[in-house]
Write a protein that binds this ligand. Sequence first.
Ligand code: ZN
Ligand code: ZN
Length: 366
Amino acid sequence: MLDGPNELHLVEKPVPVPKRAEVLVRIDAVAICATDLEIIEMGTPALIEGGPPFHKNFTPGHEYMGTVAALGPGVDEYRVGERVTVEIHAGCGQCKRCRQGMYTSCHNYGLNYGNVDKGHRANGFTTDGGFAEYAINNINTLSRVPDDMSDEEATLVVTAGTSMYGLTEVGGLVAGESVVVTGPGPIGLLAVAVAKALGASPVILSGTRDARLDIGRKLGADRVVNIKKESLVSVVKEMTGRGADYVIECAGTETAINEATQMTNRGGKICLAAFPHEPVLADIGALVKNNIYVYGIRGEGKSATRRAMALMAAKRFDATLIHTHTFPLAELPTALDYARNRTDDAIKVVVKMHGSEMRSRKESTR
Ligand SMILES: [Zn+2]
Ligand SMILES: [Zn+2]
């Protein structure tokens, strides 16, 4: 439970009861996301009872998987005992955006309490999340986990789903189109993997850490650019001629956003997938003159998580390359520190709920 900023306490809560179209999930594993760290420290973008999430008995955590433990009334889509992984957002189902299928942009975001309960859930943001033994999930947020997929890998499906949503928004099937991904965080690295699996060519990844760029190469990047050593814009122009068809911006810096503008071809598309912390000065004129489309994305919409799961179940890429560390629940604070400080080159840190696994760095990468 999140008390004040950076104050997590282990407390007992009643096991929640699923309502119509919901199931109870016994959580088996949960990955830590940079957004969890932001929520725990700053509050946003979590929204509880119309305000910051502090001192409200709120449990963060949103990248989890587990086992169906109970069914709400009328649920016959899942059975107790099935392994599932989750996406975050379950829209209200009745607002304009939900009716358009844009449930991650639900107009009733955060209105899930008291007298104005609109049925919206975003677990770990507006409703209790996954640093817990149990959670409630709408059936629309579930994907079945194949028997041969590990708990750890299944927690990464929502991250791949976010990358998939970015590509869905800018272009859907991208076979033969050029894609640049800026920023080798978890979403950027899996954006490389998803773009490659969808046939994009070439796929170019930029960043500042060679170790992460190497993982990007293993996930399918045709070219990686360490921006401390090379000009990304020059490399992209050289490889594509007129510039990239799509840029997936996962760095969130002013430089990266302006370089995205410079290296996108006329009529191309830019997806903004990172949250810059300050207002950004951008060359809007260049966007207009070149008819460049810019898309902000929130979360893993349009059921992208299920499409990401389809690729991962078919082993089209190995998402576990970004999983670096595992900790038991009792060591959640240490796990959060590893993710926050990138200790020991941590990328995705996973917390396992059951068993007594000792903390470990992943032995090898496949
Ligand atoms: Zn996340
Ligand atoms: Zn809605």
